[in-house]
Ligand binder design. Structure first.
Ligand SMILES: [Zn+2]
Length: 473
């Protein structure tokens, strides 16, 4: 195929003949004067990937935006939705503008402000909530990220936000989920649910509240994450009436699920996530310290995490993945989001892990890519411009010299292990070029920039990655 791009749009897509046969030069579109041709013979081209849960990080992780942006771009992520605008809406909108103007190397950004962010008073009435929602829209946000609130406030805010034409995402945090779960949100107009909290709660059939231990304290993250691992088992069984009813209603409401499987991957195999081979070269010292067991850092609840917790989480995943896969099979929209910068999931790498976990849930590799591209664009309301390689859409591509459908691991910056006929171990893949807005980035060069940042930081501080609690002898 030849793909013709003019400025930042796809102008023409042309089949050049049958595979294996010589390409007749007269069949090819003519390169415009001053044009640039990128020879991708033997390579694979995908639409730019979209991370639907991309925190840009910052203060807590000690990660500069450039580090995060380059890791994303190096993994073919050309668009992200920032769920919280955690560095403040003004900051996020400024980065969004710089990215849109291509003055920085960064994915295009959609800013979803954390509900209530910047408000001088707590949004304790529907009227105050509506006022904040209008203000948020006026300031130029693309949407709102909710964490749950009292039912009347959630309803008022979601309805007003939708009326204004903005989108929304919600992490249904445990504090409000007993009185407002994903069904309530979907009915009130929420675009997507994040993670999975609030979904099993809509399907509890022997109780109406999660079976919390009586000394449960949400602020103790070891409680929060251990008990979460037992939650799916408390919900109605797969394919039962209640399970079907909830699923079918969510689908009829055109509701999007953004599971972020990867961010809990450490819960079912902490050593795997902790020893991932990219940490040494690509995880900044401050980010590594943030991941380490701590009573303070979010997502570092490794007080006594062992066999019991990991087995419970494996079972949790089986039930969760069954729901997500069937949701997709019945026509529901599932997207790919990373939530990286926590729980040993480093930016970019964690997103590719998300694709692997969608595959594990039962998605065909093509269905995985669709979730990572077109479905995400639909959930953002951007399907006219993004999400697929079509004439008229923006020129956002991932170009790679190995087939990601055969092995999604080739998309990792570190590539996939391959043994050659000569018994030589090599790596295959790693994205070659990331094209955003028609601009070609050398993805391996971006990754090298990141490694340099990490190396320099280590040299400055003499830092070396060590494993928690292990003493050197
Ligand atoms: Zn998040």
């Amino acid at each position: 195929m030849d793909i013709v791009v003019e400025k930042n749009r796809i102008k023409e897509i042309k089949t050049l003949g049958a595979p294996g046969l010589e390409i007749k030069p007269e069949n090819r579109p003519k390169l415009a004067e001053g044009g640039k041709e990128l020879n991708c013979t033997g390579m694979y081209l995908l639409p730019g990937l979209i991370d639907m849960h991309g925190h840009i990080g910052g203060a807590a992780q000690g990660t500069p935006a450039e580090y995060v942006f380059k890791l994303w771009m190096a993994h073919g992520i050309t668009t992200i939705r920032d769920p919280s605008a955690g560095n403040g809406l003004d900051w996020t909108l400024e980065e969004k503008k710089l990215s849109a103007e291509n003055k920085i190397t960064a994915p295009r950004i959609f800013a979803y402000t954390a509900f209530g962010q910047g408000s001088k008073q707590s949004l304790s009435t529907p009227e105050l909530a509506i006022e904040w929602v209008r203000d948020n829209a006026k300031k130029g946000a693309d949407g709102i990220k909710f964490f749950g609130a009292a039912p009347a406030i959630m309803k008022a805010a979601l309805e007003e936000n939708k009326k204004l034409g903005l989108r929304s995402a919600c992490h249904h945090a445990q504090m409000d989920v007993a009185r407002w779960n994903v069904l309530n949100s979907a009915r009130a107009g929420l675009t997507s649910m994040e993670h999975w909290y609030g979904l099993p709660e809509a399907m509890l059939d022997e109780t109406t509240i999660q079976d919390y231990p009586l000394d449960y304290n949400y602020s103790r993250e070891e409680h929060r994450f251990e008990e979460a691992g037992k939650l799916w088992k408390q919900a109605a069984a797969p394919y039962s009436d209640k399970w079907n009813k909830v699923m079918n209603e969510l689908i009829s409401l055109d509701f999007t699920l953004d599971p972020t499987f990867n961010i809990y991957d450490a819960n079912r195999d902490l050593m795997r996530a902790r020893r991932a081979e990219w940490h040494e070269d690509y995880t900044l010292p401050s980010l590594w310290k943030f991941y380490e067991p701590s009573r303070q850092s979010h997502g570092s609840y490794w007080h006594n995490w062992g066999t019991e917790q990991e087995i419970a989480w494996k079972e949790n995943y089986r039930l969760w993945m069954t729901f997500i896969n069937e949701y997709k099979n019945r026509g529901g929209r599932v997207t790919a989001g990373s939530d990286n910068g926590f729980i040993y999931q480093t930016y970019g790498f964690g997103y590719i892990r998300e694709l692997e976990l969608l595959r594990e849930a039962g998605f065909h590799p093509l269905e995985v890519i669709r979730s990572a591209t077109l479905y995400a664009a639909q959930a953002l309301g951007m399907e006219k411009d993004l999400g697929s390689v079509e004439v008229g859409k923006m020129a956002d591509f991932v170009i790679i010299d190995a087939n990601p459908l055969e092995n999604l691991q080739v998309l990792y910056g570190t590539g996939a292990i391959t043994l050659t006929e000569k018994n030589e171990v090599i790596r295959k893949g790693g994205v070659m070029y990331t094209v955003k807005d028609g601009i070609i980035y050398n993805a391996k060069k971006l990754l090298a920039d990141v490694k340099k940042m990490v190396d320099e930081e280590k040299k400055k501080t003499g830092f070396k990655i060590t494993q928690p609690g292990l003493k050197e002898f």
